[in-house]
Write a protein that binds this ligand. Sequence first.
Ligand code: SER
Length: 321
Amino acid sequence: MPKVLIIGAGGQIGSELTFKLKDIHGSENVVASDIGYHNLEVVNSGIFEIVDAQDYNSIKICVEKHNIDTIYLMAAMLSATGEKYPMKAWDLNMNSLFHVLNLAKDGFIKRIFWPSSIAVFGPTTPTENTPQHTIMEPTTVYGITKQVGERWCEYYHKKYDVDVRSIRYPGIISWKTMPGGGTTDYAVEIYHQAILDKHYDCFLSEHTELPMMFMDDAINATVNLMQAPAEQVKIRSSYNLGAISFTPLTISEEIKKHIPDFKITYSPDYRQQIADSWPKSIDDSAAREDWNWNHEFNLEKMTTEMLKQLGRKYQDSEINS
Ligand code: SER
């Protein structure tokens, strides 16, 4: 059994990854960690440690204490917040990656998962069916950190034989933990507002198409990649991963099938420019060929699930309040 540490376990993807990895490896083999106690469901779900992703010793102490051999580094500052705090985004996203890469290089851990993003692409990248290998000139701080991070992952793999694996996540849609500071966050907010208010004022324009994915698919992809035999993981920078693509207009039409009087309005802000620099759809054939990636959720299935789960969640919180 691997002994796993999740850094950033309180976040949108980290939290669900924590629950999934506990199911797979057993709760006693999974250590959740974050910079604070903000996600109580995660904190109370088993072993939890405070770890500062920017502090090498903070990570190393935790690794040694729990005999960790695998790290999932899920802490990062995303695209929208990164534009407000460029140096903080650079420091957090790069320092944390170097710390785990160096822990692996120095023999303290064996395997790393580190997420990259569609943000590695930029305005000069082909936008439809964006290939695995293509022009990458990211224009956001977040995208720059992810692109540079990919280069370092491949470098550490080639030079020091570090077993690091990575996926370029598209926008991830989920109902358990809110995303924070991303440009694709609208596609989560819209479901919450549909239930709470039957109205959503979108910060992207109606025809802005972006690659997206339901959380269950993202978690399955992550687990499958980490469980694949090393020789099947041929790409050591980061794998393109696609599932669905839609615009604010098409997601609102899908929601209207469930909530007919739902209304969407549009007030594009600074995030529009970020979204405009990203692909519309992704060619993920390398992931499908190398480690049998396949997605399950389309827009219809995801919308049904999101509205069902959030409906329950808000009902429960009303009963409990
Ligand atoms: N969801 C991320 C963002 O919007 C993209 O990887 O920043």
